[in-house]
Design a protein around this ligand. Structure first.
Ligand SMILES: Nc1ncnc2c1ncn2[C@@H]1O[C@H](COP(=O)(O)OP(=O)(O)OP(=O)(O)O)[C@@H](O)[C@H]1O
Ligand SMILES: O=P(O)(O)OC[C@H]1O[C@H](OP(=O)(O)OP(=O)(O)O)[C@H](O)[C@@H]1O
Length: 282
């Protein structure tokens, strides 16, 4: 009898290719493994793997194209009390109930990690704080359990041009007080932060503002006549030098958890505790 009853492999085939997917019990309450979402590719993917290696939590991935892997170093033993089977002897029942939860890694885009923590399909995740704040939108089910993993540092900054009517504008207050902005002719603002951006503007007294968004290359928008100011991520500052508008949020990689999972599943809490101990030891 396997003490790892959580995963099963389903072979799939098509006329041109064969591939395998690994499926786990679907619903939140049925699965025993702890699911940790990690960025699959992008800016913090490599640093996240290096970080976990340094903390003696290496990700075991048989094939770099696999979206599901494991952290074999962490095993959480727990007793499952709800599956007592009357047809089995007491020793078999005991073995069935003494399960080992493994940490299953799911490689996802950072935005999807936040979404899946909220839907209950992930228990833990590592992403930038900016992504948690933007896509979590203050949802209380997201708990930052480690707020400074020490990499992925950046800030979301408001960039105001240094020329034209903005030449002498040196702060957000001065931007807000410019007489040019009216209901009919608002300040045009472009950002990928469609939740945090408008909130920040409103909180800082910028009432006559219109928003647009783009998936990248926001810096091009003023030159194209699409926007007056930009709210974007800055790390080295090479791309956006004009940060006169101030910093909306300082960010770095964080470990975030689903509160529902921590409160509802003891093995989730135990796994989080063990991961935190290893992070703090390094
Ligand atoms: N200069 C930077 N620009 C953007 N993100 C940065 C920068 N420095 C650090 N980061 C961090 O990296 C995260 C972006 O990571 P990643 O590139 O994987 O996400 P993504 O935007 O979904 O990817 P993609 O580029 O495929 O859309 C940001 O949320 C932030 O926390
Ligand atoms: O301060 P820096 O080191 O210059 O980094 C900041 C730039 O990096 C990010 O863009 P990214 O390279 O992800 O491309 P994008 O503009 O297409 O999003 C961000 O959107 C800024 O444009």
């Amino acid at each position: 009898m396997s003490l790892f009853p959580t995963a099963r492999s389903v072979p799939m085939s098509s006329s041109s290719s064969r591939f395998q997917i690994t499926c786990s019990a679907a619903s939140w309450s049925e699965r025993n493994e702890i699911r940790l979402g990690l960025p699959g590719k992008g800016r913090i993917d490599g640093d996240t793997r290096n970080f976990l290696n340094n903390c003696e939590l290496p990700v075991k991935q048989d094939n770099p194209r696999q979206y599901v892997a494991q952290i074999p170093q962490v095993h959480i033993s727990f007793i499952q009390t709800h599956s007592f089977d009357r047809s089995l002897s007491s020793i078999n029942n005991f073995l069935m109930q003494l399960l080992v939860a493994v940490i299953e890694v799911c490689f996802q885009r950072p935005t999807d990690i936040v979404r899946r923590l909220l839907s209950g399909d992930l228990d833990l995740g590592i992403v930038g704080l900016d992504t948690v704040c933007e896509f979590g939108q203050g949802n209380e089910d997201l708990i930052i359990v480690h707020d400074a993993l020490g990499y992925g540092e950046c800030r979301s900054s408001l960039a105001i041009p240094n020329c034209g009517i903005f030449e002498n504008i040196n702060s957000l207050d001065e931007l807000a007080q410019m007489p040019q902005w009216t209901k009919e002719k608002p300040l045009r603002f472009i950002t990928g932060f469609t939740y945090l951006g408008p909130k920040f503007m409103k909180e800082n007294g910028l009432n006559h503002v219109s928003f647009s968004t783009a998936d990248g290359a926001l810096e091009a928008a003023p030159a194209m006549g699409i926007a007056d100011v930009i709210l974007d991520l800055v790390s080295t500052g090479r791309t956006l030098k004009e940060n006169k508008g101030g910093i909306v949020l300082r960010s770095q990689a964080v470990l975030v958890a689903s509160k529902r999972s921590l409160l509802g599943r003891k093995n989730s809490l135990d796994a989080t505790r063990e991961i935190l101990e290893r992070l703090d030891a390094n």
